[in-house]
Design a protein around this ligand. Structure first.
Ligand code: DGY
Length: 323
């Protein structure tokens, strides 16, 4: 039987490309060109392909999906987030969509923890000072941050990533609060305080870590009104999706001192970053590193290939079907 044709929109880890090449007539993106941001180009390259292995940031909007060739049976995204794919349009075309949950939870929680530490301990600012050769020696009042112990960490979205972060933060002596669609079972909650409304949740968050999906329903969830409900001197961290934060409101609160600091790994319209952040010392900025470990990226690729294999090689439902 001929191998099904598979379009890979990006350069993926070596082991993932090796397996894709073994099992599919794989069209690799060997030079890592960013043509998948251009819907028309993606459609052109998908001609005759049975599957598409794509990544967060690729453009699979309604118009692109409507124009995909009939040969395409499944879009397997190398991400847990699916806000770059118009799921309704895919369903209307009968194209399956599958993602890669679970395998990136710990890596992403690590980046949230890193940002919490960077923001609390002013690590970015300090590193810039050393690199600029501006450090004049230890001083009792230099670059004073805040300690994590006994602080309240508010986790918005207590899914797998939120729970992995809670486990790490407990090790730093933080008290965990959370807001979620529904309350977790005690075994998953592990003593964390559930909040039924935004107001009490935000008021209880010395640190706020955001783990909600992107999309219209969560657009600019963290706006000026909600920021005002955070305690003065709170720290905000976002490793979910940049669209969930109102950048102007966050920048204003970082400037006014209502917020002590922030740490961001994701941006609205990335790779564009709101210019307002660049002039601020009290914000740590990372380039969407959440899942960027060797172990995690391989596991994401294998999970995406498991989804493709189920549909294209065995005629079954993908194990991680989204729609
Ligand atoms: C995801 O999986 O959604 C991440 O944001 C991409 O690493």
């Amino acid at each position: 039987m001929a191998k099904p044709a598979l379009l890979l929109t990006r350069k993926f880890p070596e082991a993932v490309e090796a397996r894709a090449t073994r099992d599919y007539a794989a069209r690799l993106n060997a030079d890592d060109a960013l043509w998948a941001g251009d819907g028309a180009e993606l459609v052109r390259r998908a001609d005759g392909a049975a599957g598409i292995l794509c990544a967060a940031g690729d453009r699979l909007d309604a118009a692109t999906i409507a124009a995909l060739p009939d040969s395409v049976k499944i879009i397997a995204t190398f991400s847990v987030g699916t806000d770059h794919i118009d799921l309704k349009a895919a369903a209307a075309r009968g194209i399956l969509v599958a993602n890669t949950p679970d395998v990136l939870s710990v890596a992403t929680a690590e980046i949230a923890m890193l940002l919490i530490l960077m923001a609390a301990r002013r690590a970015g600012e300090a590193e810039r000072m050393v690199r600029a050769k501006a450090w004049e020696g230890w001083a009792p009042t230099q670059l004073i941050g805040v300690t994590l112990e006994k602080k309240r960490l508010g986790i918005l979205g207590m899914g797998r990533i939120g729970r992995a972060l809670a486990e790490m933060a407990r090790g730093f002596g933080m008290e965990i609060h959370y807001r979620n669609r529904s309350r977790l079972e005690p075994a998953l909650e592990q003593g964390a305080a559930f909040h039924e409304d935004d107001d009490s949740f935000l008021a209880a968050s010395d640190f706020l870590s955001m783990h909600i999906p992107g999309g219209e329903a969560t657009r600019r969830w963290l706006n000026a009104a909600r920021i005002a409900l955070l305690p003065k001197g709170a720290i905000v961290v976002n490793t979910g999706r940049g669209t969930t934060v109102d950048d102007d409101a966050l920048i204003a609160a970082l400037k006014s001192g209502h917020l002590r600091a922030a740490g961001l790994d994701v941006y609205d319209g990335e790779p564009r970053v709101h210019e307002g952040y660049f002039g601020l010392e009290n914000v740590a900025l990372l380039p969407h590193l959440g899942s960027a470990t060797v172990e995690t990226r391989d596991a994401m690729g294998f999970r995406a290939l498991d989804n493709l294999d189920a549909v294209l090689r065995r005629g079954e439902a993908p194990p991680h079907r989204v729609s």
